[in-house]
Write a protein that binds this ligand. Sequence first.
Ligand code: DX5
Ligand code: ZN
Length: 211
Amino acid sequence: MIQIAPSLLSCDFSRLEKEIQTVEKGGCDLLHLDVMDGHFVPNITFGPVIIKGIRKLTSLPLDVHLMIESPGKWIEQFIDAGADWISFHIEAEKNPGPIFKFIKDKGLKAGIALNPKTPLSEIEPWVDKVDFVLVMTVNPGFGGQGFMPGPLEKIKVLSKRGIKVEVDGGIKLNNISQVVKAGASIIVSGSGVFKTENPGATVKKLKSIVI
Ligand code: DX5
Ligand code: ZN
């Protein structure tokens, strides 16, 4: 069973509550929230205050993807804001072990994210310490970029080992089957959902993909 996680980065923030309700009705499993700090990536989005507000609008699990430097400094604030899943990048933290432990001890799911060019060897010491691995199929920073097929190989290797894989970047109705076939079970889609005419119906279609 695959899980669909619409990324709010591509939604219309002036009607945030309605956008959330639409994908919720469509049957999405999680809400993917992209936190960017203008340092780790060349873009700034939102932080714990906004996530706290989103928490009040939905009972869906909040999947917080931190694209920030020094993630450990901020984890507690994101937990207090209502995150359920938290992932951060190996490229931003060379000693992630204590942070995973902190997240898991608080009862949340912890994930490690890696950029398209980062080899699996970088996360190898940590794969058995996390609940999931987030494989990026675009360079992090912006929604609406084109899907990069290179990381598919990493998804295959991880999923064959029984590791839960989330995939993020450029996924739409026309290419979701590739990532599902490779073994990903949590699928993030931003523009592929919110830039379509009926985001709720698109979620439904994404969920019904059979390979
Ligand atoms: C990119 C973010 C993604 C992004 C996905 O840095 O991590 O979650 O919102 O958007 P699409 O699906 O449009 O590539
Ligand atoms: Zn993301």
